[in-house]
Design a protein around this ligand. Sequence first.
Ligand SMILES: Cc1cc2nc3c(=O)[nH]c(=O)nc-3n(C[C@H](O)[C@H](O)[C@H](O)COP(=O)(O)O)c2cc1C
Length: 274
Amino acid sequence: MVPFSVDPEKCKNDGICVKACPTQIIQMKSPEGIPVPTEDFEEHCLACGHCVAACPTGAFSLDWLSSEECPPIERELVLSPEQAEQFLRSRRSIRNFNDTPVERPLLGKLLEIACYAPSAKNNQPWHWTVVEEPAKVKQCASFVIDWMRSVIKKTPTIAESRGFVRVVAAWDSGEERICRGAPHVIVAHAEKNYGFGAEDCALALSYLELFAHAIGLGACWGGYFYSATNSYPPLFKALGLPKDHRAFGAMMVGYPQLNYCRIPLRYPPRVTWI
Ligand SMILES: Cc1cc2nc3c(=O)[nH]c(=O)nc-3n(C[C@H](O)[C@H](O)[C@H](O)COP(=O)(O)O)c2cc1C
């Protein structure tokens, strides 16, 4: 099967697709001067779509992805440097949420955008479990507390150093510091033995968090939540994750209660120039 087609009317023989391909599986060896696949194309194609995305005339289509299917980049929508800086610096971890649930299409949109994160070899290894029901979020939070209690019992020093004692004490006095009252939690998981699961899932969740910020939603990493998911079988089971998976991150999501007015400073970059 031919893995891609090139419209000879549109192709300018510029070799841009050859240059853009990260695995060098496109070559300009045809007598007509249009790009053709190397013999090992199928074996090495990452399905990243750079060939289709870089072609300025829309001549290049993969057998599974036509040029027309790929939306054009709208230059007027690209953030200015000032907008990008303000956007990135003004994102906050949101820990105060309204009770209003987020509509499923909007949660779906977060996931759709998260999938545009980079991933090793474009593997996109993430799977998503959305705890959509606020009552289920509360139940999961109670499992996290059960796990913390067991850690406090078994290894009190570790529990203390990880802040579990305070969190459990807060829970016992009616304050929920696991999911912070978020109506939803999104868990990113992948095959536990996959080498880049942690990096890829964290990047996808970062995209999700940033897009949440862009559309007026609040998000916050649930570090306790996904640690407990991997360490406490009742929570793992309640989430219904596949046995050979591991949670690589969790994000609380909801409508934020507070508006932030200033950008607190960060440590300056610790950098070595060599
Ligand atoms: C891996 C990871 C785990 C985190 N876990 C939690 C958590 O369990 N609860 C929480 O309230 N915040 C959690 N956070 C949020 C951090 O506390 C927060 O990013 C940091 O304080 C900086 O604040 P900012 O995100 O508002 O800039 C986590 C962040 C990361 C990256």
